[in-house]
Write a protein that binds this ligand. Structure first.
Ligand SMILES: [Zn+2]
Length: 386
């Protein structure tokens, strides 16, 4: 079994599925592998048909199943100091090196390696394998998979997202919401500032407001000590604006994000910003030039994973891992999308997020063993009569 899992890790890492590329070669490989076992897959595609999710059900066609879910894409390797080819697994000192070994192709490979055992077992509830595209660029693919699941298959009881947690149970994570705010002023010669509306100056006021709002949230909460830092953060990450020192800037835009902890009212940050702009910015801009404006658009959004009392996903993973505490992680995952679609979800997978996205990413071989043992326990649980 370990050898099969290692072979599959090598195969999956060998597909260059950096998010800008197609993942179809990997998806077709997984589909053919499962088909050889007598397991049919459902594929759902992106708009151009260049990327796909794969969903496969093993076991009886009944509700109450368990989803093993992970993303097939990986982050870029360009500019990173790799000591070996990132897409060729190298084994050294009890570790497998390669892009995606930790985040998160090993989990997928181990689930595929266990598929023959799942198939041979007399499962009383199904085990679903879910492979998504475009997680690393904002969880763009999983929505289609979840729609397809809801439309085509009996409702599962829980989902386990195998992001790298060193096989520890994680029941909550921060969300991610990103925006671009564009200030449009009125340009003119810089000697006549009273006739213009300087977009950079107003954008700076809005950025300063976001900085004050971040400080207010850091002081007042809500708080969750499982996170570092234990509160919602706001960051302005890029600013663009103006043309020259002697021209009043007509346009300035900036990209910003916030990472909400579970319990923060997601709409509150945006509504506080909109109220500030409406009350303190626009009246002064419009007094000089009525055509001026401030527009904020949301670029991406992923909700936080909220811990649920009596979550069947949490109860199952507690049982399988023996964990009696559940942790928090600061990175976003597809777990919150499963939760949003009504499927209780937790995170538990092999390898460490410390190695995710890094050059010389690796997974320790004992993590592979631990994940195999975890999935065998899952199989036993799904086989046993309740
Ligand atoms: Zn990941």
């Amino acid at each position: 079994m370990v050898q099969t899992a290692l072979d599959l890790i090598r195969r999956l890492v060998g597909f260059d599925t950096v998010s800008v590329h197609s993942n179809l070669a990997l998806i077709h490989y997984a589909r053919d592998y499962l088909r050889d076992l007598g397991i049919e897959s459902r594929l759902t595609f992106d708009a151009e048909g260049k990327k796909a999710n794969l969903l496969a059900a093993i076991g009886p066609n009944v509700p109450g199943g368990i989803v093993l879910s992970g993303h097939t894409d990986v982050v870029p390797v360009a500019g990173q100091p790799w000591e070996s080819d990132p897409f060729t697994v190298v084994e050294r000192d009890g570790r497998l090196y390669g892009r995606g070994t930790a985040d998160m192709k090993s989990f997928l490979a181990i689930a595929l390696a266990l598929a023959p055992e799942f198939r041979a077992a007399k499962l009383r509830v199904p085990i679903y394998l879910a492979l998504s595209y475009d997680e690393e660029v904002g969880c763009l693919g999983v929505g289609k998979l979840l729609h397809d699941l809801a439309a085509a298959l009996p409702r599962p009881a829980a989902a386990i997202i195998g992001e790298p947690t060193l096989m520890k149970l994680i029941n909550r994570h921060k969300g991610f919401q990103s925006f671009t705010t564009t200030v449009t002023g009125r340009d003119g010669h810089s000697s006549g500032t009273h006739r213009g509306v300087n977009a950079i100056a107003y954008a700076a006021e809005i950025v300063a407001f976001l900085t004050r709002l971040a400080a207010e949230i850091a002081a007042k909460g809500p708080f969750d000590d499982g996170f570092d830092p234990p509160y919602t953060t706001i960051n302005v990450g890029a600013v663009r604006g103006g043309t020259a020192v002697n021209i009043i800037a007509r346009q300035c835009s900036f990209d910003w994000e916030f990472r909400p902890i579970p319990g923060l009212d997601l709409a509150s940050v945006r509504s506080r910003l909109d109220a500030f702009i409406a009350e303190s910015i626009l009246p002064r801009m419009h007094a000089v030039a009525p055509e001026t404006n401030v527009v904020t658009i949301q670029d991406s959004g992923s909700p936080p994973l909220v811990p649920e009392a009596d979550s069947p996903a949490e109860a199952l993973v507690r049982l399988l891992t023996g964990a009696n505490i559940a942790g928090a992680v600061s990175f976003g995952t597809e777990a919150s999308h499963f939760q949003e679609s009504g499927i209780p979800a937790v995170i538990c997978g092999p390898g460490s997020i410390e190695q995710g996205h890094q050059p010389n990413e690796f997974i320790a071989l004992d993590q592979v063993d631990a994940c195999i043992a975890f999935m065998r326990k899952l199989k036993d649980w799904a086989t046993a009569t309740p």
